[in-house]
Design a protein around this ligand. Structure first.
Ligand code: NAD
Ligand code: TYD
Length: 380
């Protein structure tokens, strides 16, 4: 079959990547979607079992750092779009092993860029109809304060974009023109990769787009991240290790809404622009954890709140960013994107998904993964 476009999605076996691959494979049967993934601890092809036999889907096991192999793939497949999600993504791991983050996130991104550039430059039409779309994080902007100039104690409600009411813990938000001030080795490596992507536009004229998204939640997230880890621990009545006082604020977006934004921006975004993606949905960790406990308890037929005593305050994460809050007004105004789910609906769907997919969770948390958890808990 002749396809209209060939798109390589890197990191498609991971959490967000699997949702992007699923959306594109189902929505665009005339596109060939190549999922390029090294299958690190975070890559799991079970995340895509529902679409793996579709005729427009292909999986390629490859390391983004292997420039020669990447170049050959882009060339032989005549790829005209790249959506780059492959990365090391967990802050706690970056604190223990920053080298892997520099290698994958910086050198891997550079090798993807250089391979795409060499192939696209060799074509008669060069960059026409091509796009390198880099997926990044709000964490590159650093941390926001929890302050209010009028002395009002946060949280307070404010008006933000099309959302009528928004609970915020400070007055400042991350915008596309914000200064890069990464604090963790993870965010430093992502910041560096963002700079490389933009430099390929400014230096070689390569068509690029960068988006910076807030924390994602939803099905298929590796259970080292807060939400799936805590859901699983509540189910099994294991301690919930809350870093510091649990006062840190994160801005949560349902992963399918991120995938929808990526689809929209890939097709309608303006070359060389940056778009922030977020749903104006700030939560203090401890408040979110209480919602998780109540939701799991009530779905399991326990008394809601029965498992509050699992909350265990542990030593804070080194360099723990206080608050993230994305201003996605530009994306909403210019491209008309809106999150589709309210947080309460999204979190209930997510909890139900993990409870209904215990086999997926057991598979991920068994064997080598268990050793990893043992090591993590021993140091907490
Ligand atoms: P993830 O850790 O769940 O998945 C990462 C995927 O990349 C895995 O499938 C892994 O096998 C693959 N990978 C890692 N190293 C590779 C390499 N060298 N070569 C090829 N594949 C490799 O990550 P995620 O949470 O889905 O995040 C995806 C992207 O989105 C990342 O770039 C991340 O920085 C960004 N992001 C994540 C969030 C979030 O809340 N999770 C928020 C904003 C942005
Ligand atoms: P995480 O899911 O690791 O995402 P990120 O660090 O990229 O924001 O963590 C979300 C928040 O939850 C963050 O403030 C750290 C906190 N946290 C805990 O308190 N305990 C945990 O075991 C984990 C994994 C995270």
């Amino acid at each position: 079959m002749k396809f209209k476009r060939t798109i390589i999605i890197t990191g498609g076996a991971g959490f967000i990547g699997s949702h992007v691959v699923r959306l594109f494979v189902n929505k665009y049967p005339d596109y060939k979607i190549i999922n390029l993934d090294k299958l690190t601890y975070a890559g799991n092809l079970a995340n895509l079992s529902d679409i793996e036999n579709k005729p427009n889907y292909q999986f390629v096991k490859m390391d983004i750092c292997n420039f020669q192999e990447i170049y050959e793939l882009i060339k032989t497949q005549h790829a005209d779009g790249i959506i780059h999600l492959a990365a090391e993504s967990h802050v706690d791991r970056s604190i223990k092993d920053p080298f892997t983050f520099a290698q994958t996130n910086v050198m891997g991104t550079l090798s993807m860029l250089q391979a795409a550039k060499l192939y696209w430059e060799s074509l008669p039409e060069k960059y026409e109809g091509k796009l390198f779309y880099h997926i990044s994080t709000d964490e590159v902007y650093g941390a926001l304060e929890m302050t209010h100039p009028n002395g009002v104690t946060p949280p307070f409600t404010t008006k933000a974009s099309s959302q009528s009411k928004h609970m915020a813990y400070g007055t400042a938000f991350f915008t596309e023109t914000g200064k890069y001030q990464p604090h963790s080795p993870y965010s430093a490596s992502k910041a560096s990769s963002d700079h490389f992507v933009r430099s390929f536009h400014d230096t070689y004229g390569m068509p690029v787009i960068v988006t910076n998204c807030s924390n994602n939640y939803g099905p298929y997230q590796f259970p080292e991240k807060l939400i799936p880890l805590f859901i699983n621990n509540i189910v099994h009545r294991k301690p919930l290790p809350v870093y510091g006082k649990g006062e840190n604020v994160r801005d949560w977006l349902y992963v399918v809404d991120h995938a929808r934004a990526i689809d929209l921006i890939f097709h309608k975004g303006v070359i060389a622009e940056t778009y922030n993606i977020g749903g104006f949905n700030e939560w203090k960790n401890i408040d979110l954890i209480k919602v998780l406990i109540n939701t799991v308890d009530s779905i399991l037929g326990r008394r809601p709140g029965e498992d509050m005593d699992l909350i265990t305050y542990v030593t804070d994460r080194a360099g723990h960013d206080m608050r993230y809050a994305i201003d996605s007004t530009k994306l909403q105004r210019e491209l008309g994107w809106e999150p589709s789910l309210q947080f309460e609906e999204g979190i209930e769907e997510t909890v139900k998904w993990y409870l209904d997919n215990q086999a997926w969770m057991d598979n991920v948390t068994s064997g080598d993964y268990q050793n990893y958890y043992k090591e993590m808990y021993e140091t907490k």
